[in-house]
Design a protein. Sequence first.
Length: 466
Amino acid sequence: MIFDMQQRTLITHTPESVGQTVTISGPIDARRDMGKIVFLDIRDRTGLLQVVCIPGVPVISPPSTPGGEGGRGGERSAGIGLKDVRPGFVLRISGLIKPRSEKAINPRIATGRIEMEAKEITVLATAQPFPFDATKEVGLDTYLDHLPFTLRTDRARAIFKVQSEIVEAFRAFLRSKDFTEFQAPKLVGGSTEGGANVFTVDYFDKKAFLAQSPQFYKQIMVGVFERVFTVGNVYRAELHATSRHINEYTSMDLEMGFIEDHHDIMRVENDILAYMVEQLKKSCAKEFELLGATLPVVPQNIPFVKLREAQEILKKEFGIDCIGEPDLDPEHERKLCEWSAKTHNSDFLFVTHYPTKKRPMYTFPDPEDPEFTRSFDLLFRGLEITTGGQRIHDYDFLKSNIAKWGLNPDHFTYYLEAFQYGMPPEGGLAIGLERLTAKFLGIENVKEATLFPRDITRIDDRLSNA
């Protein structure tokens, strides 16, 4: 028997305790009144258990608030009985684990062949009536406005369990390949690419910024550990109001030295995704089933096309003439993924060789075609989820490129020092965690795959109307 604190039995282990009296703890997920008998569904972090409450089962009320009404701190408040407990109440219940009758078996849950007959109920916390039924479909704004409540639904739990496992798989794979994790700062002295889309922060007597990316720091760390990765929030002060953008998101970044070109980085991502899918099959099968989502098949070699080739495909296959444009728009990305699925049986497609003028100043130009870069985006089910490529590692070249981009190299002295004293050929990538989660799960709006989303109107500043 595996116990938690205070001899608490986790619900996932109750099937091992048939015929025994055990104690479980958790909130009420649902209540069903069947005449004199009350059924409570109790949930803990491991699962759900049906508890049968017969008339007369003792209910111990919670302590009063220390120093508040009801007497001295620690005294019991009066008046709560079985008739009063409702969804949201947090209980500790001691009871007998019994097999269910054949007619009452619920094959959809792990404890569906057993139930608990309550012997004693202790109320650990009360709850107000729920504002609405969060298991029913509600508008996205309503869902996001009430996240402390709506995150408790099976659907939300499934989304963020999957997201947690994506991060774990990313970390596990890279550690197995000798990558070292580091923590990148979020307060920085300058914008990563010299851009304007940054949040400004007062930093004592100076102006600082919220980091757009850990780019400079992960490049610096290549000179320390050769292979590095970091997972953390990044910030973009962009006035977007779309289903694919948020202003704070989680970036899964890696950087590695001694590469030949951008294809080495693409190969690493190919292997990461294959590993990730296999891990999700093992750890999140029930979550994918609940959400009606299907894991992709990751090809042994994800197909790739240059940007100019992609534009030719769009014109030939879909009649979209965007030849010569420096980037792809969302409709182009969707159509290219349709083409990849049809032509290569792949939900993934690398698009490489974006124009030099479109990419940041540290991006390595292709020596055979210097107007274009050894860079790439990875498209997945119609959306760009990754940007990466080879970086300029030569000090003089990088310094001159910064000036060529209209920036002052003196403002990048700290960053340039890593290259001034030697850096191997290197490159890396950044994967947007929320976008990847959304696409794995077939979620249309990235905000629903973001735990506490930040956009141009939302920053958890709702005030009480009371």
